[in-house]
Design a protein around this ligand. Sequence first.
Ligand SMILES: Cc1cc2nc3c(=O)[nH]c(=O)nc-3n(C[C@H](O)[C@H](O)[C@H](O)COP(=O)(O)OP(=O)(O)OC[C@H]3O[C@@H](n4cnc5c(N)ncnc54)[C@H](O)[C@@H]3O)c2cc1C
Length: 400
Amino acid sequence: MTQAASVDYESFRAEVRAFLDANMPPEIREATRLTASMFPHMPTAVAWQKVLHGQGWAAPHWPVEFGGPGWDATQQMIFREEQDRAGAPATIMQGLFMCGPVLMGHGTRAQQDHYLPRLLSAEHIWCQGYSEPGSGSDLASLKTAAVPDGDDYIINGSKIWTSNAHESTHMFALVRTSTEGRPQQGITFLLLEMDTPGITVEPILNLNGVQEQCQVFFDDVRVPRANRVGAENDGWTVAKYLLEFERSMSYTAPLKKRLAQIRRSAEAEVTADGSPLIDDRVFRRRLAEAEIDTNAFIATEMRVREATLAGQPPGPSASVLKIAGADMRQELDSLWLQSVGLLGLPLQPEALVPGNNVEALVPDHALTAMATWLDDRSSTIAGGSAEVQRSIVAKAVLGL
Ligand SMILES: Cc1cc2nc3c(=O)[nH]c(=O)nc-3n(C[C@H](O)[C@H](O)[C@H](O)COP(=O)(O)OP(=O)(O)OC[C@H]3O[C@@H](n4cnc5c(N)ncnc54)[C@H](O)[C@@H]3O)c2cc1C
């Protein structure tokens, strides 16, 4: 781990903590407490990103030239830890982790100047239009067509599982501009505004009763050619670049948050002999194993993050992080659910809406356990399924 001699990490942590404590509104902390998803509650996340933006901290991982604070990997980790401690919502990932880096790497200067500041300030909220009905793992088979017409493309087709599409102002999308040659060769990367005539968004209800994913329909949607990122028919290059960033997003914060939730539950729950679950030797052993695994994972993530900061794209190690991070989330969810026993059974989505006045059926420490467990079933699918990631590792890392 890099230890820049000039950075006093303890002072940095104190500075971050003081700012977060002074600026975290109670309603944001409460909304975060009720969130049982890998995605944040959008109005809360937007409000919080605006607060961070005012301080210049909206995108800790961005280079200084594009509005990042210039922190090293350790500072970024400290910031994530402190955000979590303070009850901050998760970052709106599609913009800050996906669209932003892609525009820095492949956008024109005009696109960077227009979109990046608005992305940082949360004026623009982005969603990701990659998957289609029939084109998920086999993304290159996508069919949504963009036909050139003067200075525009005309788009017809559909995207599915588009997270937060109903709450987004913009979408970055992969569209088919040619059916010649290999499927990868006829794909183009486009930026579009969600209020463009011809776009319809239909909700999909999740397993845990929350609505985050959508299906999006395009019916003769006109998008300026100037909104293309990279060359026509070369969108696959841009898409692959973006996916590496998507798959190497931080898993540390959710894992640490989950460990804290398990610990709180185990302190509140009692075993048959009346003693707290946290004192049970078998349980303590399982919790210790989970903590060791989490710390090993965090060290690995830090190595990848430092390499990324040094200018190397994450490469196939992004897939390793994706597989391990998702597996660990699911394991921790199970441990949490087991720790709350029967209290984990009720699923009460209405009690998880920020500002609700619904009487919760179970105590606070168990309120989001089942909803979180159900939500995280998707973590081995979203962003590329675990099976497909394993194939990438087998090919690119193990040379099989
Ligand atoms: C919560 C959530 C949020 C999402 N958000 C977005 C979003 O914002 N934008 C977006 O574009 N997409 C999004 N997705 C879609 C996601 O990227 C796809 O679901 C994923 O890539 C899998 O594609 P699929 O659903 O079409 O499944 P399929 O590709 O049909 O796969 C079905 C099963 O077959 C297996 N399989 C498929 N091919 C292979 C293979 N070659 N080798 C071994 N096994 C294989 C898969 O692992 C899986 O188990 C989201 C999905 C989820 C669950």
